[in-house]
Design a protein around this ligand. Structure first.
Ligand code: TYD
Ligand code: MG
Length: 398
């Protein structure tokens, strides 16, 4: 059918909004009707829990079908009791047969169909076993078709698997409209949602959730969530404003340096690359006169977050120096900057955005390095230090 462009409506079909804000935001404002979204993540991270909670919320807006190929309906019901998902409008179907699942969707015409998981379903029309590349693709593409035709939103669960063994979410990325990963440390309670692909939204958004006894819960002020200390700064702790996508998060870096016993000292980290910390230890020794060779060093990112951006360097270096010198970071001070091997500092990317968040949270100083090139950031509270030595004297109590 041909339509003059002037007569085409630009309005997008209205989205299916769950009300779980952290998830809706990562989706780009809710599910788009007729779309298929893959939710990936390690086994046990909380995918089934999240989708059951979403299913229950969306059942207020129309029929929702949860197809379980992995667990029995009794098991799903048990989890539903725990997370408050025993609601009208939500139906379960236990099957591992793709054709049966498609027929159920066709029959109920749900607003949302959850398929848990893509690896457990298989089509009788193909020969490979469930979870094989061929089957997984068949499952995703036939579900995508059904979604498009009936306007149902399909949420597909996929376990991230070790490369090569079973077909995982990577095989499916181009067959679905959006790919959302649920991440977190298995033992911690923090869970992050990130979009790896989103045909209907940005991939920069990050959702922060916490796994509790009654399911995944939104955290009140995500930006404060990764700070453990109370008001008074203690030695060995420094706060950075990290950017997760476009979202600034205040994150506490904790360091402990302790005189080592015999042999080579220990260096252990959680939430940050140990090699980056080793580099910072060397820079501190060479350019700030802080010798840690005889010390065990532990560095921890609070709240179970994992930080990869170099802008966290400065906070790590300052936390280490703070612990070694037993001097806390000055009150209301945060740090964000990259440390070079020369000891020179560089500004963090989008430092003004970070500064804004810092002041929203009540911090009055953000110490960073000079910007690259001619452009220089400015703003009340921005403290620019040229090198690590200068930054330490700006950051630590005398
Ligand atoms: P699950 O959603 O089954 O993970 P996945 O589908 O990704 O494999 O969640 C598994 C873990 O979550 C399990 O170890 C128990 C924990 N959990 C809670 O802590 N609170 C809860 O309310 C629920 C339902 C699960
Ligand atoms: Mg599961």
């Amino acid at each position: 059918m041909v339509t003059p462009i002037g007569s085409v409506s630009s309005a997008e079909a209205s989205r299916l909004v769950s009300g779980i804000v952290e998830v809706d935001r990562v989706l780009g404002g809710g599910f788009v009707p007729g779309s298929i979204t893959l939710f990936g993540g390690d086994p046990g991270i909380g995918k089934s829990t999240l989708l059951l909670q979403m299913a229950a919320r969306l059942a207020r807006q129309g029929p929702v079908l949860y197809i379980t190929g992995e667990e029995s309906t009794a098991q799903v019901r048990g989890r539903a009791e725990r997370v408050g998902a025993v609601v009208d409008g939500l139906s379960l179907a236990a099957t591992t047969d793709l054709e049966t699942a498609l027929a159920a969707i066709d029959n109920i015409a749900p607003v949302l169909a959850v398929v848990d998981s893509v690896q457990t379903l298989s089509s009788a029309e193909l020969s490979g076993p469930a979870g094989s590349v061929g089957q997984v693709r068949e499952v995703a593409s036939r579900l995508a078709e059904v979604a498009k035709v009936g306007g149902t939103c399909v949420a597909l669960v996929g376990h991230v698997t070790k490369e090569g063994t079973v077909a995982g979410p990577r095989t499916l990325e181009h067959l679905v409209d959006a790919v959302i990963y649920l991440e977190g440390e298995r033992l911690g309670t923090t869970r992050l949602l990130r979009a790896a692909k989103n045909r209907f939204g940005s991939t920069d958004e990050v959702g922060v959730l916490e796994m509790r006894g009654d399911g995944l819960t939104e955290v009140d002020d995500a930006s404060r969530f990764f700070i453990e200390s109370d008001e008074s700064p203690t030695a060995g702790s420094a706060i950075t404003i990290a950017l997760e996508g476009t979202r600034p998060l205040a994150v506490e870096i904790q360091a402990l340096t302790a005189a080592a016993a015999y042999g080579s000292p220990r260096r252990a980290t959680t939430g940050i690359d140990v090699n980056r910390v080793l580099m910072l230890i060397a820079v501190l020794a060479r350019h700030a006169g802080l010798n840690l060779t005889g010390h065990d060093v532990y560095v921890n990112v609070a709240g179970g977050l994992r930080i990869d951006e170099p802008a966290a360097d400065l906070a790590v270096a300052v936390a280490l120096a703070s612990s070694l010198r037993e001097r806390p970071v000055l009150a209301a001070t945060v740090l964000a900057g990259e440390v070079a091997l020369s000891g020179r500092l560089r500004s963090a990317a989008r430092v003004e955005r970070r500064l804004l968040e810092a002041s929203r949270l009540g911090f009055t100083r953000l110490i960073t390095g000079p910007a690259r090139g001619a452009s220089s950031a400015s703003g009340a509270g921005l403290v620019i230090a040229r090198d690590i030595r200068a930054a330490l004297s700006e950051a630590l109590e005398a």
